[in-house]
Design a protein around this ligand. Structure first.
Ligand code: ADP
Length: 174
């Protein structure tokens, strides 16, 4: 039985993450979608919210379990009996960071393999940062995230900020 974990910040989950999880769920017997609770970046959603959104988005995948974690990714993998860490790759720009991460994890836990899955071309531009930026300016995010995530983002950013309009009038920056 091959068990994989797919770790990340997922702030919030988007269709690129869903696509990688779906494909990992076909490759491995069980996939833990592991939400890193305290990444070294500013977060929009709490760990509990990120887990709840991911659970809804992945509810149809029977061999996927969503959980939050606080420890090293390899410590989590060992705790769950996982032999594989899954990561997603969008572009060459992701590769350098993912390689660094993979080599660090191999140093820490040589028995665990890192498997990178390539994104589908239509999701190659997608990142949680882009999704939040578009949502904060009142843009259409329906094609980027599952409906319940779009709803949560609209609750966080109810009205497009006035500066987007006044910026335009002043021949503004955006
Ligand atoms: P991080 O874990 O680095 O904070 P994320 O939570 O956004 O970043 O992403 C988790 C994993 O999903 C990473 O391996 C990242 O490269 C991958 N990923 C992010 N966006 C996409 C996408 N559009 N398509 C495929 N994989 C993606």
């Amino acid at each position: 039985m091959t068990i994989a974990i797919y770790p990340g910040s997922f702030d919030p989950i988007h269709f690129g993450h869903v696509d990688i999880t779906r494909r990992a769920a076909k490759l491995f017997d069980h996939v833990y979608f592991a939400v890193y609770a305290k990444p070294n970046k500013r977060l929009l959603f709490s760990a509990e919210e990120r887990v709840a959104l991911a659970r809804e988005a992945l509810a149809d995948l029977e061999n996927v379990t969503v959980l939050a974690y606080h420890e090293l990714t390899v410590t989590l993998a060992r705790r769950l009996g996982a032999q594989v860490i899954v990561r997603g790759l969008r572009a060459i720009s992701d590769f350098e960071w993912e390689l660094q991460l993979a080599l660090t994890n191999r140093e820490l836990a040589p028995e665990i393999e890192v498997v990178c899955l390539m994104t589908r071309i239509e999701f190659a531009f997608l990142s949680s940062t882009i999704v939040k930026e578009v949502a904060s300016l009142g843009g259409d995010i329906e094609k980027m995230v599952p409906p319940q995530v779009a709803r949560a983002l609209r609750e966080r950013f109810p009205v497009p900020p006035a500066q987007a309009i006044s910026g335009e009038r002043e021949g503004g920056a955006r």
